[in-house]
Design a protein around this ligand. Structure first.
Ligand code: ZN
Length: 254
């Protein structure tokens, strides 16, 4: 039983201000290690015999060297081109852009992406990860993050295990559970998620898949179009493309 964990930073426990994340603080990196290690412990105690982890926030380089649980294997971000696992966990994730009372809500880019649609359904990064994993027949079974991220996970994926480690007050502020409580919840969700794997249906999207991104501004849109002339422009700030297959994670992005 192999678990693939993708980490993010915004939904990590005990980080209650946006600057703690945007400034890539030691506090952020320390809490990231605590949360991911709690998930790894839970996975092994639940019956996993291998855990692979990608440091997924901002292109990586957030893990503190030597601090990852030695039983887990860290993969580079480039590993998101294929998936070899029985289930996926997302640790430290966040709600999609536009979610109220959510800490650091965004989808891919908080600066430039306004909304994302996959086959007509508005979604965020959990949908993107689950759709990619689903192309391999692998379910997303565990999520940790703020209250809004956990609610989004259940709305999209039903009865998966969620660990709510904080409550978003607004985009920049959150109210956090104590560290030990947050780690305990992550551990439990991870451990209990293993038994759920056969019961959770992978998120299989219809192919070809339509990807639509509405940007915040017209210049954001034209910059992406200039770099990717194959995209179709729907209006001043919206681009569309069609993916015939989903192999790499980027196949569900623009
Ligand atoms: Zn992030």
């Amino acid at each position: 039983m192999k678990i693939f964990i993708c980490t993010d930073a915004e939904g990590i426990s005990c980080l209650d201000k946006k600057e703690l994340i945007t400034e890539n603080t030691v506090e952020m990196r320390t809490r990231l290690m605590a949360d991911v290690n709690a998930a790894i412990r839970g996975a092994f105690d639940g019956g996993a015999d291998a855990v692979e982890v990608v440091d997924g926030h901002g292109g990586g380089n957030n893990f503190l060297p030597g601090e990852l649980d030695l039983r887990a294997v860290q993969l580079p971000g480039s590993a998101l081109t294929k998936l070899d696992a029985d289930a996926v966990f997302m640790v430290g994730t966040h709600a999609m852009s536009g979610t109220p009372n959510a800490f650091y809500d965004h989808t891919q880019s908080s600066e430039t992406w306004h909304d994302y649609y996959l086959n007509g359904r508005r979604g965020g990064e959990m949908l993107q990860m689950a759709a990619w994993a689903g192309a391999y027949g692998v379910p997303l079974v565990m999520v940790s993050g703020d209250h809004a991220a956990c609610a989004e996970a259940r709305e999209f994926f039903g009865n998966i295990r969620t660990a709510c480690v904080k409550y978003g007050i607004d985009h920049c502020n959150a109210e956090c559970l104590p560290a030990e409580e947050a780690e305990r919840l992550i551990y439990q969700a991870a451990r209990d998620a293993i038994a759920l794997i056969p019961k959770i249906r992978p998120c299989r999207i219809n192919l070809p898949a339509e990807i639509v991104v509405e940007f915040n501004r017209t210049d954001h849109c034209s910059a992406v179009l200039a770099a990717n002339p194959g995209l179709e422009q729907l209006d001043g700030r919206t681009l569309r493309r069609v993916s015939r297959t989903v192999t790499a994670y980027t196949d569900v992005l623009l």
